[in-house]
Ligand binder design. Sequence first.
Ligand code: GDP
Length: 295
Amino acid sequence: MFESLSERLESAFKQLKGEGRISEINVATTVKEIRRALVDADVNYKIAKEFTDKVKDKAMGEKVLTAISPGQLMVKIVKDELVELMGTTEAELDLKGNPTVILIAGLQGSGKTTFSGKLASFLKTKKGKKPLLVAADIYRPAAIDQLKVLGGQIGVEVYSEPENKNAVQIAENAVKDAKAKGYNVVIVDTAGRLAVDEAMMTEVTNVRNAVKPQEILFVVDSMTGQDAVNTAKAFNDRLDFSGIVLTKLDGDTRGGAALTITYTVQKPIKFVSMGEKLDTLDVFYPERMAQRILG
Ligand code: GDP
């Protein structure tokens, strides 16, 4: 198991006994420990470095070493900084469209379809909305069936055109259908690939341009680790997404991807997914995530 950051810092500070304040020399040791802890939690190395440089500036001159527990005080500085970075306010969805269109994008296997079901269920039961789920993955016929099964479980209609190989048309038709039938939220589950590729990016960008979603949610597996930075950047460069959904947080990942992604794209994490059950959708609490990353 990982050693927690406060444990690491306490032992680092023990070696520095006698020095009154954080100084250029001793700060290097503690910053190194903080960086190691972040990288162990799967924060991208470059980002861990930038982040610790910031923390270093904050810690300089503070009376950390004379505090009763200098390690904990440093952890507090780090944690506050993490919380600030990951967003201190609870993110809301813009549901003012008529219908509201929510585009779900991300790599294959990231949890897009599961999340689409969870979101539909949440909007239906908690927000009193009438959602329509749209199967816009034209490459995996099984994706339509998967969404239909989910829709059946939560009592939400699924729009699909199994014969149509044009994702843009499917999404446009779904929005028309929603208008005609009085659905007020349209959740478009798009195709994903195992890695970012140009054709996939072009397709999802075309879908976005055609249906002009109020929300574009980028779904990412929290186990993604160091690669999260590239994936998030590629999607954000093309889609300029409005929020992040971090999935599979029920696993044993430390969740460093959360920091990597928000830091890289400066977008809020709006939801986290913690399991396959469709009736729970968890909002993101930066405090909890900071704690999880720091261990
Ligand atoms: P998609 O390819 O992006 O649509 O991904 P899916 O929604 O099909 O999810 C891929 C796999 O991850 C499936 O086996 C899901 O049951 C599973 N999954 C999705 N979200 C979660 C989650 O929050 N926790 C866990 N443990 N598994 C999840």
